[in-house]
Design a binder for this molecule. Structure first.
Ligand code: SAM
Length: 272
C-alpha cells in the first residue's frame, strides 16, 4: 500500500503532511481541546479534516488556515464541513491572526503542525498572546520536552525560556509514528500552551530579552560570565545577585528577564 496516499490525497512532504488516522488519538486530542459552542476555535493545517470534523461537530462555526490549495478546496467541497468552516487558504506563518479576534472571545488555536515550521510558527503566534486563550499543538516529542523543560535540565533552552515567558506549558499526550499516514520518523506529542493573562516576568524590551537569551544559549557550554560579556559586564551580573559561574541552563526565566531589563536600562557601548 502506498502510505503517502491517504483518503485519495498524496501527502506533500514540503507542507509537512502527516495525516492523523488513529481514532483513539484523535478522540484524546479533541477531549483535551474540549471545544464548546460559541467559542472561537481556529485550526492551523486542517489537512483532510481528521481533527476538524470532530471539533466542528461540537460547534456551529470555526476557522481554518490551510496553505495547501488542493486541501483548502477539498474542505470547500466537503458536504458537512463547508457550511461550518471559515476557510483561509494562507500561510499561517504570515497570517495576521488579529483578523480572527471576536468581541469578548479569545482565540483557541490548535493544530497538528508541520514539524519543519513549528518553532517559527509558535514564535509568530506569541505576538498575538493577549488575544489567545489557549493553543493545543501536535509537535515533535523532543520539542514538547523543550517547551516544558525546567531549568537545570538538558532540554532547557532558548525555546523553553521564550515560550514560558508567554505561556504556561502542559504536555498532554505522547503519540507514536503509527498514528499518522505517512508515518513520520520521529515520535510526537501534544502540548497545551496557555498564554499568561498577566506576564509573570515582563521584559522592558523583548528584543533585548531575545538577544540575551540567544547569546547565552549560543554557547551552551560556556558560563554566562563568558557568553554574556558582549551585553553585560561580570560585575553587573554579580550585582544583580546572579552567580557568573552558572551555565545558561541554570538560569531561570526570571534571571533572564532581570538581566535583560538591566541591559535595556544600561546598554553597553557597541562591542564587536
Ligand atoms: N490536521 C491534519 C491531520 O491532523 O491529519 C493535517 C496535519 S499535517 C501534519 C499539517 C497540515 O498543515 C497540512 O494540511 C499542511 O498542508 C498544512 N500546512 C503546512 N504548512 C502550512 C502553513 N505554513 N500554513 C498553514 N497550513 C500549513
Amino acid at each position: 500500500m502506498n502510505d503517502k496516499v491517504h483518503l485519495g490525497h498524496t501527502a506533500k512532504k514540503r507542507f509537512g503532511q502527516n495525516f492523523l488516522h488513529d481514532t483513539y488519538v484523535i478522540d484524546q486530542i479533541v477531549a483535551s481541546i474540549n471545544p464548546r459552542k460559541g467559542e472561537n476555535l481556529i485550526e492551523i493545517g486542517p489537512g483532510l479534516g481528521a481533527l476538524t470534523e470532530p471539533v466542528a461537530a461540537c460547534l456551529d462555526k470555526m476557522t481554518v488556515v490551510e496553505l495547501d490549495r488542493d486541501l483548502a478546496e477539498r474542505l470547500e467541497q466537503h458536504p458537512v464541513l463547508s457550511k461550518k468552516l471559515d476557510i483561509h487558504q494562507a500561510d499561517a506563518m504570515r497570517f495576521d491572526f488579529n483578523q480572527l479576534i471576536k468581541p469578548n472571545m479569545k482565540m483557541r488555536i490548535f493544530g497538528n503542525l508541520p514539524y519543519n515550521i513549528s518553532t517559527p510558527l509558535m514564535f509568530h503566534l506569541f505576538q498575538f498572546h493577549e488575544n489567545i486563550q489557549d493553543m493545543h499543538f501536535m509537535l515533535q516529542k523532543e520539542v514538547v520536552q523543550r517547551l516544558a523543560a525546567n531549568h537545570n535540565t538538558k532540554s532547557y533552552g532558548r525555546l523553553t525560556v521564550m515560550t514560558q515567558y508567554y505561556c504556561k506549558v502542559t504536555p498532554v499526550l505522547e503519540v507514536g509514528p503509527e498514528a499518522f499516514r505517512p508515518a513520520p520518523k520521529v515520535d510526537s506529542a501534544v502540548v497545551r500552551l496557555e498564554p499568561h493573562t498577566v506576564l509573570p516576568h515582563p521584559a522592558k524590551n523583548l528584543k533585548v530579552l531575545n538577544l540575551v537569551v540567544r547569546n547565552a544559549f549560543n554557547q551552551r557550554r560556556k558560563t554566562i560570565r563568558n557568553s554574556l560579556k558582549k551585553v553585560i559586564s561580570v560585575d553587573d551580573i554579580a550585582a544583580l545577585g546572579i552567580n557568573v559561574s552558572l551555565r545558561p541552563e541554570n538560569l531561570t526565566l526570571e534571571n533572564y528577564v532581570t538581566i535583560a531589563n538591566f541591559v535595556t536600562d544600561n546598554p553597553m557601548q557597541a562591542a564587536d
